[in-house]
Design a protein around this ligand. Structure first.
Ligand code: ADP
Ligand code: MG
Length: 698
C-alpha cells in the first residue's frame, strides 16, 4: 500500500482549489491528473519581463513590465469579442485584452483610477499597442515580482500560464520532506539538494542554465526517477526468480534425444551465436531458479529455431511448452515453420488464437489439459483463464514489446516454475535495454545465418515510380516475389487503407488480375492469412500491404521490397520492413521511394539505411535522430515513460542507479533498513507500486 506520507501528493487535481471537471479534463491532456504529476511537469524555458519606464518605450513583440493607471473598462458587444481595459501613463495608453473574461472579476482586479503593475507580451494592433492576457497584474509595489524570471511550461489550449503556474505552486506547497533514499556519499559528491528542495528548485529557475539537464536539482530528480525504475526491475526479477523454478535435466546434457533429433531434421547447421544463446539458455533451464531471459536478435537472425530447441527440453521431460506471438499471422507462421520439424520427431503441436471458438476450441483445451499437446503456439488468446496446461514448463514470448510485463507474469502462473524466454527483434541499445528490460538476462544473436546476400538498398524520388513499376514487371517475369508497402499517412488507418487499395488497383491494371494481393489491418485474419499464403506459394507475385507486414512475416522467396513514402517512416521501422527480404539465397533489393524534397532528418535516415544492415548500428542512429522516448514505442509496449530523465543522454546516471540499487538489495533484500524504507517511498513516489508489492509489508 502507498505510504501515508505520500497521500497529499496523490490527490487528484480535481481536489485542488479552482479545478473542476472541465479544467481537470484540460489538465489531463497534459498528462496532469494528480498533484505529483504537477510536480513533474518541468518548465521548458524562462520568460523575463523587461522593466520599462513608460508605455512609449515598449516594443511590440517584447515582454514588458510597466506601471500604469487604469482608465476605462469596455465590455464586449458580443461574447466572441474580448473585454478591453484601457490603461495609461504619462507617455500614452495601452489596451489589456481578455477573452472569455468575467467583467466583475476584472473590475475588482483593475479598478478604474487604480495604479497597477502589469506584465506581459506587447502586441501592435493597428497603430495602438495592446497586451493580451497579462502574465502578471499586481499592486504598485510588486514591480520586482513582475520582472523576476518566470518559468514557461508546456501548455494546452484552455489553460493559461497563470492558472498552471498557480496550480504548480499549490502542488509545491504540499511537498514534504522525505527520508533520503539516494546514497549519501553520492549526494554529497554531486552536490545534490534533498528531494523536496530539488522539486522546488525545478520550478523556480532563475537563469537559463538551471533548465539544463546538468543542473544539480534536475540531475537529482532524474536520478530519483531512474533509481525507482532500476529498483522496480530488480525486485520484479528477484520475485520471479525466487518462485521456485524446476531444474530441467535434459538441458544439463545440452542435447537431449529430442533436441538431437530436431537438430538432425534442420536443413542447416546452427550459427555460433545460436549455439552460444542455447548454452546460456540451457544453464538457466538446468538451474532450480526460474529463467527470465531476453533473446535479442535482428530480423532474420534465426530466433525461432532457438525457441524451438529451448521448448524441446521441456517436452523431452514430459512437460509442455508454449510459444506466444503478437499476431495471428505470426502465430500461424510459427506453426508452419515448426510443423514439419515437429512431424519429423513426433512432437504434438497445436495453435490457439482468438479465432478458435466453440467445439473445436473446447476440444483443443481438453487435449491441452490432458497433456496430449506438447507445444501450444498462440496469441494473447493463450492468456485466457480457461486455457489450462497439464504441465507447462517453458514459455517463449516472441516480440515482447507488444506484450506487457504483467502478461509475462500471467503466463508464468499457468505452470509450475515456468521458465520464460522473451524474444525481440528490436535491437535496442544497451542503455534502453537496461531501463526497459533491466529485469531480464540478455542473450544476443549477433550474427546472421551464412549465405545471406546483402540487400541492395536504393532511394528514389517518387517521380520515378513508373521506372520502378517497370523493374518490378521484369522481376516477376523471372518469378520474383515483391512486397509493396504503402504510405503511412499520419495516424489514420482509413487513409492508409485507401492508399494501399489504390496502389493495388493500379498495379493490377498494369500486371493483370491474379497477380496482386492486398493485406491490411482491417482484413479478417482468415483473409489476411489467405493472401499471405497465396503470396508464399507464389500464386500472387506482388503483395501490397500497409505496415501489417512489419513484424516477422517470413517468405524467403520474396526478393524485392518497395516502400512508398519512405520518408514518413522511422529508421527502425524501415529496417524491420526491409528485413522481410534477403531471407532466401537470392539477391534482394529494397527500393525506398521518397517525396522530394527531403528534410535533413529524412535524408540522414535513408543514407544510413543505404549504408548499413546492422540492426544495432541502425538502432543507435535512430536514437540519435529521434531521442529515446519514441524508440521503444512506449505506448504500445506499456513500458513506463520517463518524465524527468533521458536514460540515453544520461547513461551515467542510469549505470550509477543500477549499481546503487543492486548494492542496496544485496545488503537489504526486503528493503527493511532505514534506507530501504526510504527506497520503498521512492518506489511509490514514482508509481512503481506493482514492484513494491513484492516486498514484505514493512
Ligand atoms: P527471426 O530472428 O527474424 O525470427 P527466423 O527465426 O524467422 O528469424 O529465421 C529466419 C530464416 O533463417 C528462417 O527461414 C530460418 O529457417 C533461417 N535460419 C535460421 N537459422 C539458420 C541457420 N543457422 N542457418 C541457415 N538458416 C537459418
Ligand atoms: Mg521471428
Amino acid at each position: 500500500m502507498r505510504p501515508q506520507i505520500l497521500f497529499p501528493l496523490f490527490a487528484s487535481v480535481e481536489a485542488l482549489p479552482k479545478v473542476g471537471p472541465a479544467r481537470a479534463k484540460l489538465l489531463a491532456k497534459l498528462g496532469l491528473s494528480s498533484v505529483v504529476d504537477l510536480l513533474w511537469h518541468r518548465p521548458v524555458g524562462l520568460v523575463e519581463h523587461r522593466a520599462r519606464g513608460s508605455i512609449a518605450e515598449t516594443v511590440p513583440g517584447e515582454s514588458a513590465a510597466l506601471r500604469v493607471t487604469v482608465e476605462e473598462h469596455r465590455a464586449p458587444e458580443n461574447p466572441r469579442h474580448p473585454w478591453r481595459v484601457r490603461v495609461r501613463d504619462a507617455s500614452g495608453f495601452l489596451h489589456l485584452i481578455f477573452f472569455h473574461a468575467k467583467g466583475d472579476y476584472l473590475a475588482k482586479l483593475l479598478p478604474v483610477g487604480g495604479e497597477r503593475v502589469v506584465a506581459g507580451k506587447i502586441e501592435a494592433y493597428g497603430v495602438e499597442k495592446q497586451m493580451p492576457h497579462p502574465d502578471f497584474i499586481g499592486a504598485p509595489e510588486s514591480f520586482s515580482t513582475a520582472t523576476a524570471p518566470q518559468p514557461v511550461y508546456p501548455m494546452t489550449a484552455g489553460i493559461t500560464p497563470k492558472v498552471l503556474a498557480g496550480l504548480i505552486e499549490t502542488a509545491l506547497s504540499r511537498v514534504m520532506d522525505l527520508p533520503e533514499w539516494a546514497d549519501q556519499s553520492l549526494v554529497k559528491q554531486r552536490n545534490w539538494p534533498v528531494w523536496a528542495e530539488a522539486v522546488r528548485a525545478l520550478h523556480h529557475p532563475k537563469a537559463d542554465a538551471e533548465l539544463q539537464p546538468t543542473n544539480p536539482a534536475r540531475q537529482r530528480l532524474a536520478y530519483d526517477e531512474i533509481l525507482a525504475n532500476q529498483m522496480a526491475l530488480l525486485l520484479l526479477r528477484e520475485h520471479h526468480k525466487r518462485l521456485t523454478g524446476r531444474p530441467l535435466v535434459a538441458a544439463a546434457h545440452s542435447c537431449g534425444a529430442l533436441r538431437a533429433k530436431l537438430r538432425a531434421a534442420l536443413p542447416f547447421a546452427l550459427t555460433r551465436a545460436q549455439e552460444q544463446a542455447l548454452l546460456e539458455i540451457d544453464a538457466d533451464l538446468a538451474s532450480d531458479r526460474r529463467m527470465l531471459r531476453l533473446l535479442q536478435g535482428d530480423v532474420g537472425s534465426g530466433k525461432t529455431v532457438v525457441a524451438l530447441l529451448t521448448l524441446a527440453v521441456a517436452i523431452e521431460e514430459g512437460a509442455q511448452g508454449a510459444l506466444m506471438a503478437p499476431t495471428e499471422i505470426l502465430a500461424r507462421q510459427h506453426l508452419e515453420t515448426i510443423q514439419p520439424l515437429a512431424d519429423a520427431v513426433g512432437l504434438r503441436v497445436a495453435v490457439l488464437t482468438g479465432r478458435d471458438k466453440g467445439k473445436p476450441r473446447e476440444a483443443l483445451l481438453a487435449s491441452l489439459a490432458a497433456g496430449e499437446i506438447d507445444l501450444l503456439i498462440g496469441t494473447h488468446a493463450v492468456f485466457q483463464e480457461d486455457v489450462v496446461f497439464k504441465d507447462l514448463a517453458v514459455a517463449v514470448i516472441d516480440e515482447q514489446h507488444r506484450f506487457g510485463v504483467h502478461q509475462r507474469l500471467a503466463l508464468a502462473h499457468k505452470g509450475r516454475g515456468v521458465d520464460v524466454l522473451v524474444m525481440t527483434a528490436t535491437p535496442i541499445p544497451r542503455s534502453l535495454a537496461l531501463t526497459a528490460y533491466g529485469d531480464l538476462d540478455i542473450s544476443r544473436l549477433t550474427e546472421k545465418p551464412p549465405g545471406r546476400k546483402p540487400i541492395d538498398t536504393r532511394a528514389l524520388p517518387l517521380e520515378r515510380l513508373e521506372e520502378v513499376v517497370f523493374a518490378v514487371g521484369r522481376a516477376i517475369q523471372r518469378d520474383a516475389r515483391v512486397y509493396w508497402v504503402c504510405p503511412l499517412v499520419e495516424e489514420s488507418e482509413l487513409v492508409d487503407l485507401a492508399a494501399a487499395t489504390d496502389r493495388a488497383a493500379a498495379l493490377e491494371q498494369v500486371f493483370g488480375p491474379g497477380v496482386v494481393g492486398l493485406v491490411h489491418g482491417r482484413l479478417k485474419a482468415a483473409e489476411k492469412d489467405a493472401a499471405i499464403a497465396a503470396f508464399a506459394r507464389g500464386n500472387l507475385k506482388i503483395l501490397v500491404a500497409t505496415t501489417v507486414i512489419e513484424v516477422g512475416i517470413n517468405v524467403p522467396e520474396a526478393t524485392i521490397m518497395v516502400i512508398e513514402h519512405a520518408e514518413r517512416y522511422g529508421l527502425a521501422q524501415l529496417h524491420q520492413l526491409r528485413g522481410r527480404v534477403g531471407r532466401g539465397g537470392d539477391r534482394s533489393t529494397c527500393l525506398l521511394l521518397y517525396q522530394a524534397p527531403l528534410g535533413e532528418v529524412a535524408k540522414s535516415r535513408l543514407k544510413i539505411l543505404r549504408e548499413s544492415e546492422d540492426g544495432f548500428r541502425i538502432a543507435e542512429e535512430d536514437l540519435r535522430l529521434r531521442g529515446s522516448g519514441e524508440v521503444l514505442g512506449t505506448k504500445q509496449s506499456g513500458l513506463p515513460g520517463f518524465k524527468l530523465c533521458d536514460p540515453v543522454q544520461q547513461e551515467d546516471l542510469l549505470l550509477t542507479a543500477r549499481a546503487d540499487a543492486q548494492n542496496l538489495l544485496s545488503r537489504d533484500p526486503e528493503l527493511d533498513s532505514e534506507r530501504g524504507q526510504a527506497m520503498r517511498i521512492l518506489l511509490y513516489l514514482f508509481e512503481r507500486d506493482a514492484a513494491a508489492r513484492f516486498l514484505r509489508a514493512g
